[in-house]
Design a protein around this ligand. Sequence first.
Ligand code: SF4
Length: 530
Amino acid sequence: MPVNPHRPNRSEAEGLHPASLVLVSSNPLPLPIATLTPNLDGLWLTDDLLFNFQRCRRRMFLDVYGDQQLRDPPNDYLLKLHQDSLAHQRTVLANDLVHRPNYPRRDWVAGATATLEFMQQGVDRITQGVLQMTLENGVNLVSCPDILVKQPGQSIFGDWLYAPVDIRLGKRPKLDYQVAATFHAYVLAVVQGMWSETSWLMLRQRGSYAVNLVEMLPRMQEALQGCMETLLQPEEPELFIAHNRCDLCQWFSHCYGLAQSDRHLSLLPGVTPSRYAFLKEQNITTVETLAVAIPKQLESLPGFGLQVAHRLIRQAQSTLQNQALADVTPPHPPPHPLLSAIELPTASVELYFDIEAAPEQNLVYLHGVLVVDRFAQSEIFYPLLAEHQRDEGLVWEQFLELVWQYPDAPIFHFCPYEVQTAKRLAEQYGTPSDRVEPLMARFVDLHERVTRVAILPVESYALKPIARWLGFDWRDPDANGAQSICWYAKWLETGDRAFLEAILRYNEDDCRATHRVKDWLVEFSQNFAS
Ligand code: SF4
């Protein structure tokens, strides 16, 4: 495969605006070779499908063949992502004269015709254009790059050609972004009879990124082939619930309902897609069969080992019995490895701490602290809220003042995020070390403590499933961190204090749930001590 003699490197690419993209050479790669998967004549395969395929092949299959009525309506967080994406696109295109082809929504043929006309005219920028080609097997590939940018070079149109640009919200040029960008370049190469030098990603925080087409083309072709083979299958691919990819999927309720009724192994913490594949090879496909498996049978499987094998089996047993079990996984020798009083202190005053933040804006907008005074038998919640982004430093100071009113009180939180954020804020706002360092010693991460000593019948060791299993209920059952970010954005947009109240309610419940987990963990440890 001929290699592009001048491919922009990262430093060349960073900070580039599409307006300043200049090609040096226009012959980097061979033209696409049609993929010869049969029997898909008439299928329209879009860049969106290819993108979703990379996250989950079942999702792509359901997008094409699934009962669309089973899709969840977009939740607030998805809608916010969409709005943020449009706002980012408007910013990128603010100073450019762009041409937008006129065509009925999802009428790819009309869209491709209108886009081609603009390309033949040689206009500088085309947004929401459609590129289309047909493979030898009859599959129509449809690519909709956010922008097509005119460049100097030779194409079937004359002494100009186009390069595709995708505008993305993400911070990093993720692999799935790059594969989709390569797909644009692939279809565009057929439309204009020449490869563009590269395909660009415009990332919100990092600026422009030039995709290495030589490197990415085989990956893209592999994904394309995978898409077509998946679509040829008579049955939908098996589900696998993995919260990092399923939570924002509109098929979630459908898949999750099936997973629950089947007691699918992916609902067990610790069962990853690759471990699941190995378990299936051992004919372990149910919670029941995993619960009676012998650790030796699993230990030698790739990605398992002694600890994982033991823990997975105990996890299945805990789920079957709906009971908390002590983690006696090696190297913990029985009896149970108890938490010491230092590791899990009980004090007259205890603080329960939870942060709400919008990582995309690098903003911490709420420090929620529940002060539990065991002697006075009081519980007071302090919501230290930045009503505006500029108040972040102010509420950080308020937080420090509050926690220093109780210099001996342990500060319980769930997961490392609170400690990491406190360190970052201290650095950002130049907080003297004698006000911060002693605090670090007072933080107690209950997630770490729980997962070290207990195995619970939960689907994940996040705060919500654990506290819910203990009987704790959030006043707003659908509230979560992503929803809190949406509420904060809506408060900034509308000034409606109902959104702030919803955030405070949710955060207070998180603090109270953390308190509940702590009390339970003390009791659990004591039971094993006695
Ligand atoms: S919910 Fe998960 S398993 Fe189901 S289609 Fe979506 S990503 Fe795939």
